[in-house]
Design a protein around this ligand. Structure first.
Ligand code: ADP
Length: 397
């Protein structure tokens, strides 16, 4: 069989990841990321043939669009575009409309756009990415892979809000979760590392990136997750507040705030950015902590304490625990953040292996702590949502 390639596009809230995956070997021929969109340090970088190239993105303008155009030019220059067999798009919110991967057409894009009511920061970027890709590659089959799909196994007790049940019956207001592709991938990789069948592993998977979420995985299936109706719930994130007393909203309304200002604040001005007043980026927060900035220290403490609290609460969803799995840009790379989370979990008996923790970074997996009390490990596994997406496309083709 000749080589055939899938172009995977993961258009996130502040980043655009892309990869050209060889569908036979699973290898990434070229992969890259445009990141820190909207910030002065916005940049695009890619790896090809063992070499890394990085370019900064000029300030102003639409950074998503700039990055997409740069990627298309790059793939053209590398003579890859005619080899694609499909394009796979990561989509955050599928609501109850999409329970699995679907072929993209105008109606699917329109529905994904409509579902932006569930994922304001993401679905719009996803739909725009699809429209841009359909315009440039009109004859290629394109597929949408939904981040909510892995969480469809949650029991009603985990996805039901304690609201009048009509709100679910009439509007489908419930917990959907997100980051499912990543939680699915690392749960399967963890099973391999633990040398257990996936359907017998019990895990707490911790995805910490600009968006952050935690999932309880029982017998290989998602049984609870921290994001809710939208990706605003749960952990503190780069710019999102996570869990909040809903009365804060009513309080602000009484102070004269309108809903647009409130939700702009909760989605885009909170989290690391809001608490520190400095930046949404974990690296910037840690640099400021090292320089003695008190608000950055508070942001670091709120973030790590809340992650640990969620991990503790998800023990309730499991009968036993094989491993806590860290992934995502922060989970894969930030030594001090992982250390502080484990430090907050001392009551569960986790003892960190500092050397292993320092080693498991920048794309390397590893076991970084062990709890004799629980018989559980803490492990780091780099996520690979692109690989899951490419494999799904090829299976459907
Ligand atoms: P997204 O949710 O946009 O996909 P990522 O998973 O790429 O986000 O994670 C982005 C976050 O990861 C940022 O806060 C960034 O600072 C953090 N990060 C990336 N590399 C490192 C690193 N070497 N050390 C600490 N944090 C890092």
């Amino acid at each position: 069989m000749s080589n055939s390639y899938v172009l995977v596009i993961n258009s996130g809230s502040s980043s655009l990841k892309f990869a050209v995956i060889d569908s036979n070997s699973g290898d990434a021929l070229v992969s890259g990321i445009g990141e820190c969109f909207g910030l002065p340090e916005a940049a695009i970088s890619w790896k090809y043939d063992g070499e890394k190239t990085e370019e900064s993105i000029p300030a102003g303008g639409n950074h998503h669009q700039y990055a997409f155009e740069r990627i298309v030019k790059l793939l053209d220059d590398l003579n890859l575009t005619e080899k694609f067999v499909a394009i796979g798009h990561r989509v955050v919110a599928g609501g109850e409309s999409f329970k699995g991967t679907v072929r993209v057409d105008e109606a699917v894009v329109a529905e994904i756009d409509r579902l932006a009511e569930l994922a304001p920061l993401h679905n719009k970027a996803n739909a725009d990415g699809m429209r841009a890709a359909m315009a440039v590659f009109p004859s290629l089959p394109q597929f949408a892979i939904f981040d909510t799909a892995f969480h469809q196994t949650m029991p009603a007790k985990a996805f039901t809000y304690a609201l009048p049940h009509e709100l679910y019956d009439d509007y489908k207001i419930r917990r959907y979760g997100a980051h499912g592709t990543s939680h699915f991938f690392v749960s399967r990789e963890a099973a391999k590392m633990l040398d257990k069948p996936a359907e017998k592993t019990n895990l707490i998977t911790v995805h910490l990136g600009n968006g952050a979420s935690i999932t309880a995985v029982k017998d290989g299936q998602s049984v609870d997750t921290s994001m809710g109706l939208t990706p605003l719930a749960g952990l503190m994130m780069g710019t999102r507040c996570g869990d909040l007393d809903p009365s804060v909203i009513e309080f602000l309304i009484r102070k004269g705030w309108d809903s647009e200002k409130i939700f702009e604040t909760l989605n885009k001005k909170s989290g690391f950015l809001g608490v520190s007043g400095l930046t949404s980026d974990a690296r910037g927060i840690m640099d400021a902590v090292d320089a003695g900035n008190e608000r950055a220290k508070l942001a670091f403490e709120v973030f790590t304490y809340r992650v640990a609290k969620y991990i503790g609460s998800y023990l309730v969803a499991l009968d036993s625990l094989d491993a806590i799995v860290f992934t995502g840009g922060i989970g894969e790379n930030s030594l001090p953040i992982r250390s502080e989370i484990l430090n907050n979990l001392k009551i569960l008996g986790f003892v960190e292996d500092a050397e292993a923790n320092a080693d498991a970074r920048f794309g390397k997996s590893g076991v970084i702590a062990y709890s004799e009390l629980l018989g559980a490990q803490a492990i780091v596994i780099p996520t690979n949502e692109e690989l899951v997406i490419a494999q799904d496309c090829v299976n459907l083709l």
